[in-house]
Design a protein around this ligand. Structure first.
Ligand code: AMP
Length: 403
């Protein structure tokens, strides 16, 4: 594909900018780092190269542009061989609305369209654009690609993406379900086809991406037919600090009877709920498992609600798929938490899932494989690699452009 070229990946959050350099053929990462606490009094930059970790403070108030300046000037300046091999830049962009059903090379029109989608993802798209603008300035000679979290789910049928609201809200304002984590769901469903030794178009996969944010997708023949996140990343599963599905009437009650402002509601639902809100302890699955094992009631309850809600979604997605070849666990929790996987399969006993306890315990820290015994429907752990998807897409677009 890319004949030893490398892709520089940017993943911009509101106060952070992650970067990495990836070989699109092998997925091998040669450099990765993060500018964190950007815009604050004490921004920091941390990076790893060749197994060595480094960190340095940035000037107070430094933002995305300063991180890219440091990367281009200082860091890549000292690694000229690496810099020379860069063939493209890939940007992770959360929301592509209905504009983008695949990754694209960035031009003025693409930048405008990403800006138009910002109202649908006000926390995510503006920093993505900051990253693009800074990278265009720093690397004017390199082609740049945008890879959207929503693009993979643009294949959802109308009956899956529409809310039961007046249709005019969709027609006039494009208010509908979009779904996120597309690169991850795509990566693990393709990998699952390899492991199942089946052509992708013949597979029916349910993929559960369980990290601090979490979503589940029903993937038929390699295309997404339903997913749990909606207009925003708030809908669906219980997450680290997000509530997932709640009764919309609850929101009116909080506003009208308890005096919650829109800002306070946003904070409550996005930052104070989920595993953190229920447990009153932490949004971190590892900490909750430890506390639950020591008898902490809130931690145990939070994990149980997380697993029960997920199992219900998985069971529901047998509706569009009918026959399911595999349920995939991925993301920090899916790849590492034997506790969560055990409880989810416990609830899925209704669909005849059984657990191979020994395999389940073995699946962590990057291990890959089935956690169900012969005779049970299949559930697997597959480590995700969203950066690799971005690198492959960017390199593929450059190859296409060149010939
Ligand atoms: P991510 O957003 O994909 O990085 O995932 C973060 C989540 O994965 C956090 O809730 C972590 O506690 C969880 N996690 C990471 N490692 C483990 C582990 N060994 N056991 C349980 N949960 C883990």
């Amino acid at each position: 594909m890319s004949s030893s070229g490398l892709v520089l990946i940017f993943n911009a959050g509101s106060s952070s900018l992650k970067f990495s350099v990836i070989d699109p053929d092998s997925g091998r990462e040669s450099l990765d780092g993060i500018g964190d606490a950007l815009g604050s009094e004490q921004p920091v930059l941390k990076w790893q190269y060749d197994g060595h970790k480094h960190a340095r403070k940035l000037d107070a108030g430094a933002g995305h542009g300063e991180v890219i300046d440091f990367l281009v000037g200082d860091l890549l300046g000292e690694l000229p061989a690496l810099k020379k091999r860069l063939i493209a830049i890939g940007h992770r962009i959360v929301h592509g609305g209905e504009h983008f059903s695949r990754s694209v090379l960035i031009d003025r029109k693409v930048i405008e369209a990403i800006g138009e989608c910002a109202s649908l993802a006000p926390l995510h798209n503006p920093p993505g654009l900051l990253g693009i603008r800074a990278a265009l300035e720093a690397f004017p000679q390199l082609p740049q690609a945008a890879v959207f979290d929503t693009a993979f789910h643009q294949t959802l049928p109308e009956h899956a993406y529409l809310y039961a609201l007046p249709y005019s809200l969709y027609r006039e304002h494009r208010l509908r379900r979009y779904g996120m984590h597309g690169s991850s769901h795509r990566f693990v469903s393709e990998r699952a086809a390899d492991l199942l030794q089946k052509p992708l178009r013949e597979t029916n996969i349910i993929s559960a991406h369980l990290g601090n944010g979490a979503s589940v997708a029903a993937i038929k023949g390699g295309t997404s037919v339903d997913t749990s996140m909606g207009l925003t990343p708030l809908e669906g599963l219980v997450m680290g600090t997000r509530c997932g599905d709640v009764d919309a009437g609850l929101l009116m009650h909080l506003q009208e009877s308890l005096g919650y402002s829109p800002e306070r509601l946003n904070q409550l639902l996005n930052r104070e709920s989920g595993l953190l809100g229920i447990s009153g302890l932490s949004n971190d699955c590892r900490e909750l498992e430890q506390a639950a094992a020591e008898g902490h009631r809130g931690a145990r309850l939070a994990l149980e609600i997380f697993c029960y809600r997920l199992a219900k979604y998985i069971a529901a997605y047998t509706v569009p798929l009918r026959r399911v070849n595999a349920v995939i666990f991925t993301g920090g929790i899916g790849e590492n938490s034997s506790w969560v996987r055990e409880r989810v399969l416990h609830w899925l006993a209704a669909l005849d899932y059984r657990l191979d306890t020994e395999m389940n315990e073995r699946m962590r820290f990057g291990a890959e494989g089935a956690i169900t015994p012969a005779g049970s429907p299949t559930a697997m752990v597959i480590p995700t690699n969203e950066e690799w998807v971005i690198a492959r897409d960017a390199a593929g677009l450059v190859d296409g452009e060149n010939g």
